[in-house]
Design a protein around this ligand. Structure first.
Ligand code: NAD
Ligand code: TYD
Length: 358
């Protein structure tokens, strides 16, 4: 197969590209605008493969996409390019509307025109896989409810609303034009190459630098964490095995309160990085409760029984094994970390945490 991956220089996209280059014989074309979140160093281990190609392109650029499609002649698209950080969507929603909604629309239109002119055999096997989030469902009360594929959409943030919009567009292009789509909604990912604006890498790197570990509100919000390589495997299985038009929820059955995640990281660091920064007695002493996120969703939790039943997918990592691997990876990859901690990153941290500190 020839597969286009959009957003392949991001956290999950790079895991998908690495997975396909390392475990299949497919050709992969990574289309990425290289925003602050895109980093080609995350693909260093596979960049010399003759089956890997990169195009520095914005998914909103329709004519560039047209040209790429007709030159590469893809058999499938895995669409991950997006603005992905909730806090950034609160302080500046424009790029979320632009990339997540308009960008997905442009990609759908380019794909539709390309797909229409394929011969009948290729048309049937072609897939457009839209990668989305469980945040489109809104939040759950502090009960035992779980998100099902049939849970109604009720997004809370500009980020989740933009992703919900893109999901609706993708399903409409299937129903109206017959575009052969599959769609997945996944819970919070964590693992190597995660940009340190998100909770887990931010806490690891702040702790190692002896900086405050900012916990929003009371830290009682719950997320359902999945190791990124488990997600990449699930995405590949959905792309290659799911029926056209299907939606799958993907999750790790791994609900954790934010404060417990932060404490678990501190405990691992006590063991794996015992030489603490000057003035730090225990990593946990760095925990600092800050102003809550506006509209903060209380709890996400996925029922992943459909993908288990239909495709046999289950996660390979537990939270304990995955978090240990993640902390160890950040300790062993300080060079990657230093390269992404650019001026833009510093600006974000200053702007976000100066305004949220109580
Ligand atoms: P990320 O922010 O790490 O990476 C996004 C990538 O998209 C970056 O490489 C960036 O350069 C690229 N990009 C952004 N705008 C673009 C544009 N206009 N044109 C081309 N490329 C552009 O995101 P991620 O965490 O890897 O998430 C990937 C996808 O998975 C997103 O669609 C996100 O909504 C979804 N998702 C993420 C999570 C999670 O926990 N991170 C969970 C479920 C679903
Ligand atoms: P995040 O990693 O941004 O993912 P999402 O908002 O998509 O779930 O945040 C995970 C949880 O951690 C969320 O409830 C917000 C919280 N959080 C903090 O408490 N402090 C922080 O500095 C960050 C970035 C997040």
């Amino acid at each position: 197969m020839k597969v286009i991956v959009t957003g392949g220089a991001g956290f999950i996209g790079s895991a998908v590209v690495r997975h396909m280059i390392n475990n299949t014989t497919h050709k992969v074309l990574n289309i990425d605008k290289l925003t602050y979140a895109g980093n080609l160093e995350s693909l260093g281990s596979i960049e010399n493969s003759t089956r890997y190609h990169f195009s520095h392109t914005d998914i909103c650029d329709r004519s560039a996409l047209d040209k790429i499609f007709f030159e590469f002649q893809p058999d499938a698209i895995m669409h991950l390019a997006a603005e992905s950080h909730v806090d950034r969507s609160i302080t500046g929603s424009a790029t979320f509307i632009e990339t997540n909604i308009i960008g997905t629309y442009q990609l759908l239109e380019v794909t539709r025109h390309y797909w229409n002119q394929l011969d009948i055999d290729k048309k049937q096997v072609f897939r457009f896989h839209h990668i989305s989030t469980d945040e489109v469902y809104g939040d759950l009360d502090d009960t035992n409810d779980l998100f099902l594929e049939t849970t109604p959409y009720a997004p809370s943030s500009p980020y989740s609303a933009s992703k919900a919009s893109s999901d609706h567009l993708v399903r409409a292009w299937h129903r109206t034009y017959g575009l052969p789509i599959v769609l997945t909604n996944c819970s919070n990912n964590y693992g190597p190459f995660h940009f340190p604006e998100k909770l887990i890498p931010l806490v690891i790197l702040n702790a190692l630098a002896g900086k405050a570990l900012p916990v929003y509100g009371n830290g009682a919000q719950i997320r359902d964490w999945l190791y990124v390589e488990d997600h990449a495997r699930a995405l590949y299985q959905v792309l290659t095995e799911a029926k056209v038009g299907e939606t799958y929820n993907i999750g790790g059955h791994n609900e954790q309160k934010n404060i417990d995640v932060v404490k678990a990281i501190c405990r691992l660091l006590e063991e794996l990085a015992p030489n603490k920064p000057q003035g730090v007695k225990n990593y946990e002493d760095l925990i600092c409760y800050v102003a809550d996120r506006p509209g903060h969703d209380l709890r996400y939790a996925i029922d992943a029984s459909k993908i288990k039943q239909d495709l046999g997918w289950i996660p390979q990592e537990s939270f304990e094994t995955g978090l240990r691997k993640t902390v160890a990876w950040y300790l062993a990859n300080q060079e990657w970390v230093q390269h992404i901690q650019s001026g833009e990153y510093q600006n974000w941290i200053q702007q976000q945490y100066d305004s949220t500190t109580d």
